[in-house]
Design a protein around this ligand. Structure first.
Ligand SMILES: CCCCC/C=C\CCCC/C=C/C(=O)SCCNC(=O)CCNC(=O)[C@H](O)C(C)(C)COP(=O)(O)OP(=O)(O)OC[C@H]1O[C@@H](n2cnc3c(N)ncnc32)[C@H](O)[C@@H]1OP(=O)(O)O
Length: 289
């Protein structure tokens, strides 16, 4: 309830701000964790995640992301969105582990509902989505990129991308898996999911997790030129085609959202899974020291 009220407030405040800035010509709105700029080619917004240090998808970040998308969807002048990160070297570290560790079942259920919500919005968006992957992109970070229509990645071997859930002792849910299969094919997805593979850029390109690699300083300009090509296609035919390609996958979650929430909640609440997450978080800490 409290979150729904916050969401309404944010949406309202955001739309007032958006209107005022549009009049000034600034064409920019921001929540705390998501910045949206609509300068540049007509009809294109750049959405930047800014939830330092690693753009983990906390409940607040998910909510702000979903609201920003909703606003862009409602703005008929926007036809395409470039999704990128403001955190140096990190696209997104994926779902926030602290939302899935040491909390109560009601929190897990609320969190998962919001993860589903963002995924459904992104995956089924009528807008053209291009990701400019300018850093590490594990698990939920990869999920964000996979929702896009085209993925441009910085060719920096320090950055990796993939669904690595099995390395954490958790399991990518069926809709993550379905989207992976849709993108890289059954055999590659089967192998990568079981091994929790995090692909360096050259391998990500080879297997099809990303569509193009460019030097790091060219990621944004390339994303813009890709966007220009997609903008040249009439919206109605592109949108109908996208819907035809993606609807069955999205519907598969829509028809069992509640069961999926229950599944997640009981899985993540298990002592053994909490223990695995604890160990993983400790490993992240030790890496530093
Ligand atoms: C059978 C039924 C199944 C039903 C469904 C069941 C299960 C649910 C599946 C859930 C799906 C989950 C999806 C996910 O996205 S899980 C998250 C996966 N993410 C990762 O594995 C990334 C972990 N992080 C890293 O590898 C690195 O942090 C990095 C992103 C490569 C960045 O490295 P670096 O710049 O060296 O930063 P640090 O490692 O030092 O991290 C800085 C601080 O940030 C904290 N951190 C990192 N990642 C996360 C995260 N995902 N969530 C929360 N916090 C994170 C890290 O601990 C550091 O914190 P500190 O400063 O307090 O020590």
């Amino acid at each position: 309830m409290a979150l729904a009220a916050a969401r309404r407030l944010l949406l309202h405040a955001g739309s007032r701000l958006g209107r005022r800035e549009a009049v000034d010509g600034a064409r920019r709105f921001a929540n705390k964790r998501v910045l949206v700029e609509t300068e540049g080619p007509a009809g294109v917004a750049v959405m930047k995640l800014r939830n330092p240090p690693v753009n983990s998808l906390s409940l607040e970040c998910l909510t702000e992301f979903t609201i920003s998308l909703e606003k862009l969807e409602n703005d008929k002048s926007i036809r395409g969105v470039i999704l990128t990160s403001e955190c140096p070297g990190i696209f997104s570290a994926g779902l926030d582990l602290l939302e899935m560790y040491g909390r109560n079942p009601a929190h897990y259920a609320e969190y998962w509902k919001n993860v589903q919500e963002l995924w459904l919005r992104l995956y089924t968006s009528n807008m053209i989505l291009v990701s400019a992957i300018n850093g590490a992109s594990p698990a939920g970070g990869c999920l964000l990129a996979l929702c896009c229509d085209y993925r441009v990645m910085a060719d920096n071997p320090k950055y990796t991308i993939g669904l690595n859930e099995s390395l954490l002792g958790i399991v990518a849910p069926f809709w993550f898996k379905d989207m992976y299969v849709n993108t890289i094919g059954h055999r590659e997805a089967e192998r990568a999911l079981q091994l929790g593979t995090l692909f360096p850029p050259a391998e990500a390109l080879k297997v099809g997790v990303v569509d193009e690699l460019v030097p790091e300083d060219k990621v944004h300009s390339k994303a813009r030129s890709v966007m220009a090509k997609w903008l040249a296609i009439p919206d109605h035919s592109r949108q109908l085609t996208k819907n035809m390609m993606r609807k069955a996958t999205a519907d598969n979650l829509i028809k069992q959202r509640e069961a999926d929430i229950q599944n997640f909640t009981s899985f993540i609440s298990k002592d053994s899974i909490q223990k695995s997450l604890h160990m993983y978080l400790e490993k992240l800490k030790q890496k530093k020291g």
